[in-house]
Structures are given as C-alpha cells and as structure tokens.
Design a protein around this ligand. Structure first.
Ligand code: PLP
Length: 375
C-alpha cells in the first residue's frame, strides 16, 4: 500500500527512530534528510519555516515558539554580552520589555531611537552597537517606516537591521528585499490568521545567519510544536486572500470612522491624511493591512460604553485574526509605559485599536455605528 497525503500529516512525536547505527550516522552526515528529535527539527516545523522563507525571499528560516522568541533569537544571532542594541521607540511593548528587562540582565545594552531620527540615528550608535530593531508598521499609531532608507543608514553605521514584519506580512512588504538582514514575525498574527496559534518565525538574508538562528532555537529550546506548526502552515495557505480582504475592509472602516463626529482622529496608512500614505502605498504595493487606531473622547466611561456597545466585535488584546477585534493600548500592550512615554507616543485614554477581520464591511460598520451611538 502506498499512502500519499495531499497535506503533510501532523508528526506529533518528540523523537524519531533509527533502524541501526548506520541510520544514526546518516542523520549526522546528511543534514535535512532525516529527523532525530523534535526540538532539533520536525517535518511540520520545517515546512512552516520553509513556506515563510519563500514568502519573504530569504536564505533560510526557523520557526519559534512565539513572536517574542523569534525576536530573542534574532538579537542573539548578532549579539552577546557587552553588545548594544538599538530599538525604534514605537515598538510592541513586549519587545521593549524583552530588551530592557531581560537582555540587559545578560549584559546587552539597549537604547531607543525616536521615530523622527530613524533615517539618521548615528548619534545613538556606539562602538559595540550590533543591531537595530524596527517594525514595518508600528503599533498602535501605524507609523510606516521607509525600510530601504533605514537599511542604507544601517549599512553606513555597520549595524544589522532586524525587522518585525508582523503588522504588514510579506504580502504587503518584504523587508529582506529592501535591505533588512533578518525579518521576524509573530506568526500568532496574520501568518496563521485564526487566533488559535502562538508562534514565531525568523527569516535570514544569508545562510550563515539562518544556521545560527537554528542553532539558537535548538540550544535555548525555543522551538515550535508540530501541531502549532501544522495549524500555522494551514493558515498560511490563505494569507494572500485574507490580507486583501483585511485591507479592503480596513480602508472602508477607516473612511467611515474618519467621517464620524465622535471620532477625533483615525490612524490608518491607507488614508490620504496619513503622513506616510505615499510611502505605504509604494512599499505596500497598494495594500495597507488590517490594523487601524482611532481616538474617541479621553474618558474611561466613554471607552467602556463603546466596548459594551459592540455586539459582534470582541474586546480582545491581540490582532490579525479573521474575526475583527478591538484592543486598548493604554491598558494592555503599552500598560508598562510611563505617563510621559505614553503622552509622547500619543497613547491616551480614548485611543482604541481595531484589528479589522474578513467579515462583511457593512456588518462591521453597523456594529461600530451602534457602539458610537452609545457614547
Ligand atoms: C508587532 C508584534 N511583534 C511581536 C509580538 C510578540 O508575538 P507573540 O505574542 O507571538 O510572542 C507581538 C504581539 O502582540 C506584536 O504585536
């Protein structure tokens, strides 16, 4: 009997068997031809990594247990104790916490670069600076970086560029083609797309960096499980379709919100009023993604009334699922920031982040209309 499944089965095993010592020797002599132990590699994990590697046009990738472990891996590819990391000031709170609270304890220094200085950050570079970490589209203000320009500055300064491409996805932007050295994703978000997986991936421009990333994942035990890899690989098959629908819906909702009297500001790169609209259009091939933020009255009770007024859009502090959700940066992702830092980033009481799903746009607008009528 010959079985040939169309879809890779789930290799839900922690270890693989060998017929004899010769088979074991063959494993070490011919890398990639067989498997030993799932922390070192598993067909489902490798399939996911290779799919993302191709989407990002890389020279090698490794799947990780989360987006945060992907960032940790990327930093460790280039840094050791005594080195210095630069990080964009507008960054996911968990990434900032990893750098400032954990990596500093291991002797890695960190400095934050204001968004206005991302194209000329020479003043922040030290002799031991190894890496700059940035996001393609920042959270929650949706600032879009000109990655090609950042990459030129990185080359000038002798600093490696690591790009968190979670908000854009490779359908919208491929950072390695624009000069990045490593691109990472929280696969938890658009790449898997269904809010049922926690995963990450690291994709490198050169083979040596990909090999080093793999070595780190194995040594630190940052690997992803076979089942989560399988779920993420399944989600990935519809990435392009989903991103188009997310983008179309988000533009419709951003336009609606912009014209609503109770909404004072809308942050979406697809709006002509967005400061980087032209750049986002060119860099994103006309797609702007599914994430937007908007501002209502800076009053806790108003925000609560809005949240309670939504019927179909849940309040859930994550993003990028097929089902829309709202999140609250002040109380979740940016909770740890000081009042001064929040004020600088524009994160006030009335700022709401909306992850636009792939439902019918008119149904989403009707839900927003009802919630806004309640405030
Ligand atoms: C932009 C960005 N990068 C990284 C992460 C971390 O990913 P994970 O939660 O999968 O560890 C997040 C999580 O929200 C994120 O929004």
């Amino acid at each position: 009997m010959s079985i040939s499944p169309k879809v890779t089965p789930i290799y839900q095993t922690s270890v693989f068997t060998f017929e004899d010592l010769n088979a074991l020797e063959a494993y070490f002599e011919q890398p990639g031809q067989s498997y030993l132990y799932s922390r070192n590699g598993n067909p489902n994990t490798d399939e996911l990594a290779e799919e993302v590697n191709q989407l990002e046009n890389g020279q090698g990738a490794v799947a990780t247990s989360s987006g945060i472990s992907a960032i940790l891996t990327a930093v460790l590819v280039y840094c050791q104790s005594g080195d210095h990391v630069l990080c964009a000031e507008e960054i996911y709170g968990g990434s900032a916490a990893l750098l400032t609270q954990e990596l500093t304890r291991m002797g890695v220094q960190v400095s934050f670069v204001p968004m206005g200085e991302m194209y000329s950050f020479g003043n922040y570079v030290q002799a031991n600076t190894k890496v700059l970490l940035v996001e393609t589209i920042s959270n929650p203000m949706m600032t879009v970086l000109d990655l090609a320009k950042v990459a030129v500055e990185c080359q000038k300064q002798g600093v490696k560029l690591v790009v968190d491409n979670t908000f854009a996805s490779p359908v919208i932007t491929k950072p390695l083609e624009l000069g990045a050295d490593i691109v990472i994703h929280s696969v938890t978000k658009y790449l898997s797309g269904h809010s049922d997986v926690t995963a990450g991936v690291v994709v490198a421009k050169v083979t040596e960096d990909a090999q080093r990333a793999k070595q780190i994942v194995v040594a630190w035990g940052l690997n992803l499980s076979p089942f989560d890899s399988w779920l993420a690989a399944r989600g990935l098959k519809t990435l392009k379709l989903r991103i188009r629908q997310h983008s179309e819906n988000a533009l419709a909702l951003a336009t609606y919100l912009q014209n609503h009297p109770k909404v004072s500001e809308v942050y979406y790169p697809g709006l002509s009023t967005h400061p980087q609209n032209g750049l986002a259009s060119a860099q994103g091939k006309g797609w702007f993604g599914g994430m937007l933020s908007f501002r209502i009255k800076d009053e806790v009770e108003t925000v609560n009334r809005f949240m309670r007024g939504l019927t179909h859009i849940p309040f859930a502090p994550s993003l990028a699922g097929v089902v829309s959700s709202v999140s609250y940066p002040l109380g979740t992702s940016h909770r740890a920031l000081t009042e001064e830092q929040r004020a600088k980033l524009g994160i006030s009481i009335g700022l709401i982040r909306l992850s636009v799903g792939i439902e019918e746009a008119e149904d989403l607008i009707a839900d927003l209309e009802k919630a806004l009528a309640a405030i």
